[in-house]
Design a protein around this ligand. Structure first.
Ligand SMILES: [Zn+2]
Length: 202
């Protein structure tokens, strides 16, 4: 069933089979869709960074078989699954432990994650990375993906994107690594029916 993302959608955190294609004769393949509302309340993240950030994040999820749709604003009237808030001024953490992002699933009506933009920038600078728009956007996309995946109910993994305490190299290296079961777990989190159709398994 396809509908506007209303009350029921957030409860299961799944989006609908937005697009379908056929494998073979008639077996439909549903690609899970995730709607993300990006909020930049301080409006201090450059437009070029945000544009690239949305694109990079969608590309990451696409590589895992999930269609991610982005919109930007403070409210989408509930038509989103996860809200990602980009904070520019706030700085959490102390000493060497910089918090890059946080996930809040409850008690909010919609899962929300926070990305601490200055801390991400600082981690890059500390590692000697130039924080050009594309580099910063890529790093932010990885932090966002890490937190969105948490918001979908997945925990940490020993290595790769879901490692606890991502470092500069995790945020900048060309390829994103995930654990062997990551995609399966992600699709499980998005719904068994969709996973079945996507992976073509019983
Ligand atoms: Zn984490």
């Amino acid at each position: 069933m396809r509908g506007t993302a209303g009350e029921w959608a957030w409860a299961v955190l799944v989006l609908l089979a937005a697009s379908t294609a056929a494998i073979g004769d008639e077996q439909p393949v549903a690609r899970p869709e995730l709607v993300v509302l990006w909020s930049d309340p301080e409006q201090r993240v450059p437009v070029a960074v945000k544009r690239e950030l949305f694109r990079e994040t969608a590309a990451l999820f696409a590589s895992w078989g999930v269609t991610l749709r982005s919109s930007e604003g403070l409210d989408s009237e509930g038509r989103h699954d996860v809200r990602v808030v980009l904070l520019e001024r706030s700085r959490l953490g102390n000493g060497r432990a910089r918090v890059l992002g946080q996930t809040h699933v409850a008690p909010l009506e919609f899962p929300a994650v926070w990305i601490l933009v200055p801390n991400v920038r600082e981690v890059l600078e500390h590692a000697g990375e130039a924080t050009s728009a594309p580099v910063l956007a890529r790093a932010l996309a990885r932090v966002a993906a890490h937190e969105i995946v948490h918001a979908l109910g997945l925990g940490h993994a020993p290595k790769g994107l879901m490692r606890r305490g991502l470092g500069a190299s995790d945020l900048t290296r060309p390829r994103v690594q995930v654990s062997d079961r990551f995609q399966e777990d992600l699709l499980d989190a998005l719904g068994p029916r969709v996973r079945h159709a996507t992976l073509g398994r019983p």
